[in-house]
Design a protein around this ligand. Structure first.
Ligand SMILES: C[S@@+](CC[C@H](N)C(=O)[O-])C[C@H]1O[C@@H](n2cnc3c(N)ncnc32)[C@H](O)[C@@H]1O
Length: 257
């Protein structure tokens, strides 16, 4: 099994399930241990919901973000998952605020990571279900300190990792429409994950991963980069840069026109 299969194995897993797949990935959940009164000991930290994929990809993603997010102020992360990315990125990007979000069922896991690894610029998850919510506004924003354009468009960056192949195409469309509405001109939408090129898989690992995704949910699946770019264009989001990432993943940076 090559590293592609390893890196992406997690992405097909409902993180609310206690699951071990082929020994490739572990998502460990000990619900009783997630009591927030109890999260500071070493043992409790070891019991946090855990994604090996996040551990593998967090440093390469951070290195791109450190370049792309220079001069940026406020990131909304969509689909924060376990929260591992957010606790790693926020302290390394201390010049900005990192606002997490996800469907409510994931919040206690994200909160558990935030409780174990707090950072002053890291914010508790907002409820955001792409199926029916509009872009949530951070409750920590004090409009008294902000100019009017910032209140209207509070995030200058929207970041999402490993979500586009999990959600349906209809929700991918909704994500781009909402992101475009929410971002100011020159704001950035940054998406990380596996993509097909010219309708073809970029690796056998991604092909196997896609088959696994579709077997679990026919609405999921690796998206064609060309489809994503044309969807983005339709929403005034221009592809600025594509970063090749480890394990045949890519990081796409779009700018709002
Ligand atoms: C594979 S996980 C990725 C998590 C994390 N970003 C990472 O890279 O490890 C997919 C994420 O998409 C989120 N998600 C799925 N459906 C969603 C929806 N309708 N609205 C918002 N987020 C959703 C899941 O809750 C989960 O956090």
């Amino acid at each position: 099994m090559d590293k592609v299969g390893f890196d992406n194995a997690y992405e097909s897993i409902d993180i609310n399930a206690k699951t071990i797949i082929d020994g490739l990935e572990r998502v460990v959940m000990h619900d009783a241990d997630l009591n927030s009164d109890n999260l500071n000991s070493e043992m409790d930290i070891a019991a946090l919901p855990f994604s090996q994929a996040c551990e593998n990809n967090k440093q390469p993603i951070l290195e791109v973000l450190q370049t792309e997010l220079q001069g940026c102020n406020h990131v909304l992360e969509i689909g924060s998952g376990t929260g591992q990315h957010s606790v790693y990125f926020a302290p390394h990007l201390s010049h900005l605020k990192w606002q997490t979000s996800d469907v409510i069922s994931n919040h206690r896991h994200i909160m558990a990571w935030h409780h174990a690894y707090p950072a002053p610029n890291l914010y508790s998850p907002l409820a955001f279900d792409l199926a029916h919510d509009s872009v949530p506004v951070s409750s920590h924003l004090d409009s008294g300190h902000l100019n009017s354009s910032y209140v209207d468009k509070p995030y200058d960056v929207i970041f999402t990792a490993n979500t586009l192949h999990i959600i349906s195409w209809a929700l991918v469309e909704r994500l781009f429409a909402l992101a475009s509405d929410a971002l100011p001109v020159d704001g950035k939408l940054i998406v990380y994950g596996p993509f097909n090129e010219d309708g073809k898989y970029t690796s056998e690992g991604n092909q196997r991963f896609d088959a696994m995704l579709i077997a679990g949910n026919p609405d999921s699946g690796i998206r064609d980069k060309e489809d994503i770019v044309s969807l983005a264009n339709a929403h005034h989001l221009q592809l600025l840069k594509t970063y090749a990432m480890p394990s045949n993943n890519q990081l796409l940076v779009f700018r709002k026109r």
